[in-house]
Design a protein around this ligand. Structure first.
Ligand SMILES: Cc1ncc(COP(=O)(O)O)c(C=O)c1O
Length: 315
């Protein structure tokens, strides 16, 4: 099955067998996308599985929920614990974790006041998101004809279920055109971000990424990690809006996201980016890998180690 090694799901405080963690067809979130979620990775380290920046993800989850009027009855600490328990219950060495909260069944009025807030955590083994080759050789991307929605239409800062229809449309289009990933422009015509990643370019040894008000991006946790690692390595960093010209004339470019990780852009709409030599991207990729695999002593505090599950927890 496509959800490898997924035997248990944490639902509303309890670990349930995968097949029993179901919802009703009248659930509000199914009809209107009224839910919020996170995407988190867990990595194999010498000291067992470790979840990367778990607390930052749990905090963003609750912030997304607040934006969409979902009152999640769990604290950051409880959500962290639910993720740890789910990874342990499934016996994962590494994988992907998906917390979700949504309005369940109660009414299909646009006002979901009568709907219970349901919370679940899934975890499974999920390999390299954009293909095994993507990290080493980079990917081919296309600029979507679908614009990224503006922050004043929907909060781009929130990871909300329905908001992802925009990314799904762009992804369909990219695949139909024969590309691995879509890049979306904002309504000003500058770059917003990838369908599920933030965008970086390298020009004359300086790292540039967008993220100013009006750029319409999700402030990615991987983006923040890359900025931190770059500053620690004395790579100059500039936050500014990015245009098509910036990308097409860049020496290097890469996209970042929890699922995709740090992926070079090899070509965008038929234009090869730079010369194919990617020293800055490579150094950031190496630094990122060392951090997530627990080989960078400075950043062990970004890792939450997962103890082995006891049978009692899964009962
Ligand atoms: C639209 C979008 N932008 C950016 C990102 C990158 O965010 P992060 O690095 O926190 O995974 C994601 C993935 O979560 C995303 O879906």
């Amino acid at each position: 099955m496509s959800f490898a090694n997924a035997s248990y799901i944490w639902k509303n405080g309890q670990l349930l067998p995968w097949s029993e963690a179901t919802i009703h067809i009248s659930a509000h979130a199914l009809h209107y996308g009224t839910g919020v979620f996170e995407g988190i990775r867990c990595y194999k380290t010498d000291d067992g599985p470790a979840i990367f920046r778990l607390t930052d993800h749990s905090k963003r989850f609750l912030a997304s929920a607040k934006m969409h009027h979902l009152t999640v009855p769990y604290s950051v600490e409880e959500l962290d614990q639910a993720c740890v328990e789910t990874v342990a219950a499934n016996g994962l060495e590494s994988g992907y974790i998906r917390p979700i909260s949504f309005f369940g069944s109660g009414s299909l009025s646009l006002f979901p006041g009568a709907c219970p807030v349901e919370t679940a955590v899934l975890a499974w083994t999920w390999g390299v998101y954009l293909g095994d080759d993507s990290l080493k050789n980079g990917i081919r991307a296309t600029i979507s004809s679908w614009a990224k929605f503006d922050t004043n239409a929907l909060p781009t800062e929130a990871k909300a279920c329905g908001q992802y229809l925009n990314s799904v449309l762009a992804t369909h289009e990219a695949r139909a055109r024969g590309f691995e990933e879509a890049l979306l422009l904002n309504s000003r015509g500058d770059f917003a971000e990838g369908a599920g990643e933030n965008l970086f370019i390298v020009k004359n040894g300086t790292l540039h990424t967008n993220g100013l008000a009006g750029d319409s991006i999700l402030q990615g946790i991987t983006r923040d990690t890359v900025l931190t690692l770059a500053r620690e390595r004395d790579i100059p960093v500039v936050i500014r809006s990015l245009s098509r010209t910036d990308l097409f004339t860049a020496d290097e470019s890469f996209i970042t996201g929890t699922a995709a990780e740090v992926v070079p852009l090899r070509e965008v709409d038929g234009r090869v980016i730079g010369t194919g030599d990617r020293p800055v991207t490579r150094s950031i990729q190496d630094a990122y890998r060392a951090v997530v695999e627990g080989r960078d002593a400075h950043h062990r505090d970004w890792l939450t180690y997962v103890p082995k599950a006891t049978d009692a927890a899964r009962a």
